[in-house]
Design a protein around this ligand. Structure first.
Ligand SMILES: C[S@@+](CC[C@H](N)C(=O)[O-])C[C@H]1O[C@@H](n2cnc3c(N)ncnc32)[C@H](O)[C@@H]1O
Length: 244
């Protein structure tokens, strides 16, 4: 793959020892991702160093649910973190399951949910989540850490045909350098074609639009609304009945 400063370098990120052009199995991809990323999500949640944990549900998720409209069904929140979006959707009548690789995040989510959602500690790349097939899957900032065909395959395998997937992925366009609060984990940036290329086999794209994600901070660098946080792609996709 050609490299330039905007393209995400898949090869460097996911180099498979021994080399192979085949899509890795979910299990082997999980091992690769862990080895490459070495992200300690638990440490962030334990220290409450979670600047992505906004005080409100992301407006793009709210808009997607209202606009289509997505009817209450079994829903899966991948990388649910402290469960804000899961609980919001459950209170709208969805039967929500949240999954996160971090046990500390799941503890926080369970406390917040007071029983209105089900949560699992799991790596989505390695474990099947009980409750599938889901009618709606969403992730707020999880896919961009795992932007790979295997993640897409895992989402598709948890969705019923015709089911919807909403994802917020950090964009390489209008991409502000982050100068405000210390980000324990800076999300990788992606261009639209990187998303399109890997989701198309399983998903029809309903919309892919530019958005931004506020960061909770008192830094004066973020007082102007147009300068808040990161740029994101808000992507709503429909699982194809037949894989292409
Ligand atoms: C940027 S945080 C967003 C959390 C939450 N969606 C929110 O908006 O507050 C990404 C989350 O994805 C989780 N995560 C990352 N990789 C994962 C994986 N392979 N399986 C499950 N969860 C994962 C992390 O533990 C983290 O909680």
């Amino acid at each position: 793959m050609k490299k330039n400063n905007l393209r995400f370098d898949w090869d460097a990120y996911f180099t498979i020892p021994g080399g192979s052009s085949k899509i890795p199995s979910p299990a082997s991809f999980g091992q690769i991702a862990k080895k490459k990323e070495k992200i300690n999500w638990d440490a962030c949640y334990e220290k409450k160093n979670i600047p992505w944990g906004l005080p409100h549900v992301h407006p793009e998720l709210m808009q997607a649910v209202a606009e289509y409209p997505i009817r209450p069904c079994a829903a899966l929140d991948i990388g649910c973190g402290s469960g804000l979006s899961s609980v919001w959707l459950a209170r709208k009548g969805f039967k929500v399951t949240g999954v996160d690789i971090s046990s500390s995040a799941i503890q926080m989510a369970e406390k917040r949910a007071e029983g209105v959602c089900r949560f699992h500690i799991a790596d989505i790349l390695e474990k099947d989540i009980p409750g599938a097939p889901f009618g709606f899957v969403f992730d707020i900032g999880c896919f961009h850490h795992n932007l790979h065909p295997s993640f897409v395959e895992r989402v598709a395998s948890h969705l019923e045909p015709g089911g919807l997937w909403f994802s917020l992925v950090r964009s390489a366009d209008r991409s502000e350098e982050h100068e405000g609060p210390t980000m324990p984990i800076v999300p990788p940036k992606h261009i639209a074609t990187d998303i399109v290329k890997i989701v198309e086999k399983y998903f029809e794209i309903h919309h892919l639009r530019a958005s931004s994600y506020g960061i909770r901070t008192t830094s004066p660098a973020y007082v102007q609304p147009q300068n808040i946080g990161f740029s994101f792609w808000a992507c709503l996709m429909c699982r194809r009945p037949r894989i292409r």
